[in-house]
Design a protein around this ligand. Structure first.
Ligand code: SAM
Length: 279
């Protein structure tokens, strides 16, 4: 009979967040699949758990996933952990869960902390509807396209970021989305935990010369509600574009493009009306 895969959340900093049930799940497993076995070994040692470990990470996940599924189908049970937080959330695991689901292998979860939900809850921004955007790509084209697709996003947006990339990411967010409220949740559950609630322009300025330390989650306010686009005259659209350019400090052509997308009017016509108004 097939065994099971159990995904087990681990602390994002404070080991006190590792639940008794998580300890039981690791003790009950035949083997543990871990992102970095050295990191997991420290966790196991802390809780006095002894278990065989296999590594499961980005670059071996295809062949290793196959092996793990075969062992589970042969009757073993596997616990999957990542270095911190919930497996499968910007971490290896997503594909293993899909592979198990496709093969009819039961998948269970022992939920634990995750930086996305912890930061969102602390942000002070609306939490009713939100989107998780993970890490922005370093590839310029996909990064630009990703950010462009978020311009009119009304829901609160959550991003992960490494400290050395923070200045560029704040600059790019400001340029793509305009000035908005942002919460920078840093070193959650650790000694230097803090939440900086500010605006994108102030955050970009604050970190312009680097100096960011520790792990960060960025929680960005969604786009403000726009007026219904129906029956908007060219003059009204041009005035809205002018107001948008002034408010967000963006070029008139960019403002015209965004108002065009909202109203269905042509960007070139809005831009012409706008330059007439500005003369
Ligand atoms: N699976 C993890 C989870 O459920 O949150 C996320 C892993 S992802 C590879 C690592 C990113 O999560 C970091 O770059 C940072 O953006 C965020 N993160 C993890 N721990 C954090 C913490 N203690 N404080 C702030 N951000 C954290």
């Amino acid at each position: 009979m097939s065994g099971t895969l159990t995904i087990v959340g681990t602390p994002i900093g404070n080991l006190g967040d590792f639940s008794p049930r998580a300890v039981e799940a690791l003790e009950a497993a035949d083997f543990i699949a871990a992102e970095d076995t050295r990191v997991t070994l420290r966790l196991l040692n802390h809780f006095g758990i002894k278990k065989p470990l296999v590594s499961y990470y980005e670059h071996n996940k295809r062949e290793r996933g196959e092996l793990i599924c075969a062992r589970i189908e042969a009757g073993e049970s596997c616990a999957l952990v990542s270095d911190a937080g919930m497996p499968a959330i910007s971490d290896p695991g997503e594909e293993l869960v899909a592979q198990c689901a496709a093969r009819g292998i039961p998948v269970l979860a022992v939920p634990g902390p995750s930086a996305v939900v912890t930061a969102l809850a602390l942000s002070g921004l609306p939490t009713g509807r939100f989107t998780f955007e993970g890490f922005l790509s370093m590839n310029k084209k996909s990064r630009r396209e990703h950010l462009a697709s978020l311009r009119e996003e009304r829901r609160t947006m959550v991003f992960y970021e490494a400290p050395h990339k923070l200045p560029a990411t704040l600059r790019d967010l400001l340029e793509a989305l305009g000035d908005r409220r942002v919460a920078l949740a840093r070193e959650l559950t650790k000694v230097h935990e803090e939440v900086i609630r500010t605006t994108l322009s102030e955050a970009a300025l604050r970190y312009a010369d680097g100096g960011a330390r520790g792990e960060f989650v960025l929680v960005v306010e969604g786009a403000a509600e726009q007026e219904a686009p129906e029956n908007v005259s060219l003059e009204e659209a041009a005035r809205a574009a002018s107001e948008l350019a002034r408010r967000e400090g963006i070029p008139l052509s960019q403002a015209a493009r965004r108002i065009a997308a909202m109203t269905g009017l042509r960007k070139s016509e809005i831009y012409q009306a706008l330059t007439r108004q500005e003369e």
